[in-house]
Design a protein around this ligand. Structure first.
Ligand SMILES: Cc1cc2nc3c(=O)[nH]c(=O)nc-3n(C[C@H](O)[C@H](O)[C@H](O)COP(=O)(O)OP(=O)(O)OC[C@H]3O[C@@H](n4cnc5c(N)ncnc54)[C@H](O)[C@@H]3O)c2cc1C
Length: 454
C-alpha cells in the first residue's frame, strides 16, 4: 500500500457515501474501521444504542441494569467526524437506484452499502408460540423477562393455591445453546437464592426450572466433556435438563412435550434464529436461516458495492460449513469490510483478499463461579473458565463506564448474593399486572394457607 502521505492525493473529488444498516457488533466495527476514510458515512439503526447481547441474560435476571450493557450509538461515534448517526427503521433496499428505504423519512442514497441487521428468533414454523413466550434479543426483551420473573414471585407470595403457585414458579427455558444454559443458570441463582430469601411464603423448593433441548447434548458447539460439565453444574443448581426433548405446543398456561404438560406462565425461548429479511430486500439467494449467502469478500453476489456482515450473512468456510452466529464473527467481518472499503476509496485498491475468521475460542457461563471455555484448543471448566469468562466480557464491553459499572455490580453480587436491578416499574408492570392478578384469582390474600407457616 502507498505511504500514508499519499492519502490526500488519491481521494476522489466527491466523497463517496457509505451507508451502514445496523449498529450492532458488525455495523459498529465497520464504522470504526472507516474512521479515517475520506467518505461520508451514515449509520442507520432502529435503536439509538449499541447493545452487548452476551450479557442480556444478566439484565433479564436483575444482575445488571440495561444501561450497563447498552451505550448510545451517538456517544460511541461522537469523535468520528466523517460519520452521521440516524435513528430510523430500514424497510427495504433498492439496489438499482442505490437507495435504502426507511420508515417515516426520505430514502438514503449510497455508493457503498454495508448490511448488518443481525438476526431474530425463529419458531420453526410455530409462530403462535410467540404470543406465549419471552425471547431475549433486546433491552426491552430482557426487561420483560425480569418483570415476568419478579412479577411471578410477587403473585406467588400472595396465593394459597398449590397449582397456581406451581404455575407461577415454574420457569421453562427452550433451547440448550449458550443463551439457554446461561439463562437457566442465572434464573436458578436468582430464584433459589436471592428471591427465595426475600419472600416470606416462598420456599426454594417451590421453584422449578426446566431446560428443554431437542439435541443429544447441551452446548452442542463445545466439546462433549464440556457439555457434560454444564449438565452437572445445572443439576447442582436444581435445573431439570431434558435432552432429546422437543416442545410440541405452548399455550397461556403450560408447555406441552408430547402428552406431558408442564404448567408454567414463564416460558423463555432461546432456540433457533432467523436472519433479518435483507436477502428478501435484495432478492438474492438465502441460506436456510434466511441469511444472505455472501462471497469471499463478504459482498453480495451480483452487487459488488453491497456487503453483508454478521448474523444477516451466511459465509461459507473452506469446508463448506457456514460460520456461526457469534459476536466475534460479526466484529471481524465488519472490521474487514471497513478496511476493504478504506483501501478501495483511498487508494483505488480493488484487490480483495478472502475474509478469514480467527477463532480465538468460545465461552459459556453456568451461574456463579462455573463456566466452560475452549480457548486456542484448550478445554477449561470451573472457576478458572469463569474468571476468564468474566475478564473477557469486561474487556469486550464497548466503553469504560460500562466496564466499571459491570465490574462493581459483579463484585457486589459476588460478596452479597444480592441483585441490584430488582425494581418493578413503568408501563411493563401496568401491562403485566392484570396477568399476575388473574393468575392469583380468588386465592389472593392470606388466611387459610395450605402451605404451612413461613
Ligand atoms: C441473548 C444472546 C446472547 C448471546 N451471547 C453471545 C456470546 O456469549 N458470545 C457470542 O459471540 N455471541 C453471542 N450472541 C450472538 C451475538 O450477539 C450475535 O452474533 C451478534 O450480535 C451479531 O452481530 P450483528 O452485528 O450481526 O447483529 P446485532 O448485534 O444483532 O445488530 C443488529 C443491529 O441492526 C439493527 N437493525 C435490525 N433491523 C433493522 C432495521 N430494519 N432497520 C434499522 N436497524 C435495524 C438492530 O437494532 C441492531 O442494532 C448472543 C446473542 C444473544 C441474543
Amino acid at each position: 500500500m502507498p505511504a500514508a502521505t499519499s492519502r490526500q492525493a488519491s481521494v476522489p473529488a466527491r466523497q463517496p457515501h457509505i451507508v451502514i444498516i445496523g449498529c450492532g457488533f458488525g455495523g459498529l466495527a465497520a464504522a470504526q474501521a472507516l474512521r479515517d476514510t475520506r467518505a461520508r458515512i451514515t449509520v442507520v439503526d432502529k435503536a439509538n444504542h449499541h447493545l452487548f447481547q452476551p450479557l442480556l441474560y444478566q439484565v433479564a435476571t436483575a444482575a445488571l441494569a440495561p444501561t450497563d450493557i447498552a451505550t448510545a450509538t451517538r456517544a460511541l461515534l461522537r469523535d468520528q467526524y466523517n460519520t452521521e448517526v440516524l435513528m430510523a427503521e430500514v424497510t427495504g433496499i433498492d439496489p438499482q437506484h442505490q437507495r435504502v428505504n426507511c420508515a417515516h423519512r426520505p430514502p438514503l442514497e449510497y455508493d457503498y452499502l454495508i448490511v448488518a441487521t443481525g438476526a431474530a428468533y425463529s419458531f420453526f414454523g410455530k409462530d403462535h408460540f410467540q404470543q406465549y413466550v419471552k425471547v431475549l434479543k433486546s433491552v426491552d426483551d430482557a426487561s420483560a423477562i425480569r418483570t415476568h420473573v419478579l412479577g411471578s414471585f410477587e403473585a406467588a407470595e400472595q396465593t394459597t393455591h398449590q397449582q397456581t403457585l406451581r404455575t407461577l414458579l415454574t420457569f421453562v427455558i427452550v433451547g440448550g445453546g449458550p443463551t439457554g444454559v446461561e439463562l437457566a443458570g442465572a434464573i436458578a441463582e436468582l430464584t433459589r437464592t436471592t428471591l427465595a430469601c426475600d419472600f416470606r411464603w416462598i420456599h426454594s423448593s417451590d421453584v422449578r426450572i426446566v431446560l428443554c433441548e431437542s439435541g443429544e447434548r447441551l452446548l452442542a458447539g463445545f466439546a462433549p466433556e464440556l457439555s457434560e460439565y454444564a449438565m452437572k453444574a445445572l443439576a447442582d443448581l436444581h435445573v431439570e435438563v431434558r435432552l432429546k426433548t422437543r416442545v410440541t405446543d405452548i399455550d397461556a398456561q403450560a408447555v406441552s412435550i408430547g402428552e406431558e404438560r408442564i404448567p408454567s406462565v414463564n416460558v423463555f425461548w432461546c432456540a433457533g434464529t432467523q436472519a433479518r429479511p435483507a436477502a428478501q430486500w435484495l432478492a438474492v439467494p438465502a441460506a436456510r436461516n434466511g441469511a444472505i449467502q455472501v462471497l469471499e469478500d463478504c459482498s453480495v453476489p451480483d452487487h459488488p458495492n453491497i456487503f453483508a456482515v454478521g448474523d444477516v450473512a451466511s459465509y461459507r468456510k473452506h469446508d463448506g460449513n457456514p460460520l456461526p452466529g457469534l459476536a466475534a464473527v460479526a466484529k471481524q467481518q465488519g472490521r474487514y469490510v471497513g478496511r476493504l472499503l478504506d483501501a478501495r476509496i483511498t487508494y483505488g485498491d480493488s484487490a480483495a483478499p478472502r475474509f478469514r475468521y480467527r477463532n480465538y475460542g468460545s465461552l459459556a457461563v453456568i451461574g456463579r463461579s462455573r463456566a466452560v471455555a475452549e480457548i486456542f484448543g484448550h478445554k477449561l471448566k470451573g472457576r478458572l473458565a469463569w474468571v476468564i469468562w468474566s475478564l473477557v466480557h469486561l474487556m469486550l464491553l464497548v466503553d469504560f463506564r460500562s466496564r466499571l459499572s459491570v465490574y462493581l455490580n459483579w463484585t457486589w453480587a459476588w460478596f452479597t448474593y444480592g441483585r441490584g436491578a430488582r425494581l418493578l416499574t413503568g408501563t411493563e408492570v401496568q401491562q403485566e399486572a392484570p396477568r399476575f392478578l388473574a393468575a392469583i384469582g380468588p386465592d389472593r390474600g392470606r388466611g387459610v394457607c395450605d402451605r404451612g407457616v413461613p
